[in-house]
Design a protein around this ligand. Sequence first.
Ligand code: SF4
Length: 240
Amino acid sequence: MKYIYIKAMNARQERVVKLLDEIYPQARIALKYKSPWQLLVAVVLSAQCTDNIVNKVTENLFHKYKTLDDYFNADIGVFENDIRQTGFYRNKAKNILKAANLVKTKYKGLVPDNMKDILSLPGVARKTANVVLGNAYNVEDGIACDTHVIRISQRLGLVNINKVGGRKKIMFNKNNQNIIDFIKDADPIKIENQLMEVLPRNIWFKITYQIIDHGRNICKARNPKCNQCQLNDFCPSSRI
Ligand code: SF4
């Protein structure tokens, strides 16, 4: 792995990054898709919803809506019903169908492959943009800060917890001391910017999925399994 720093990681952070790479060498996106457009739809649907439910919904959705025109011509009420299971379906339906319109009329039927244009699509903020650009086009222009990345980058001290914004401090007790575990409503943009400063650009894409896998398997929000965690010796938030 070749490191290209803006601000060098300290030795502990380097060890954490190396271990994540060793533990989760095959980490990848869990959403199923066959085109950049399908990926965009799946990522929009994944907000506040598990990837498993999204994959179940898109299995039928992608069968029913085969082309971009099928979305362009869709009836919003019917479409809402088709994605209802993913939650926040009214907003998601509105954004997806408006995005289909824009992709067809402004971008010649192709999901944009650059940050500026993809951010112009309704319902697409930096997290969605990073996921789509990285997976569909191999464009690493940032780090997708989902709930796992927000939590674990703080716990692992990859970002400075005093500079991530937010107010909802989640605490835990260790040796009769109350310690800030992470800030739940931290600003994803501040976290992304700090991660982009400290992590080498060539691992931005891969480490996103390594952190997500770690969050799903071990470093869970409520009860992190610190006694099973291979990062334990290097984690400032370890509970053991
Ligand atoms: S030691 Fe605990 S808090 Fe730290 S990364 Fe592992 S599971 Fe998460």
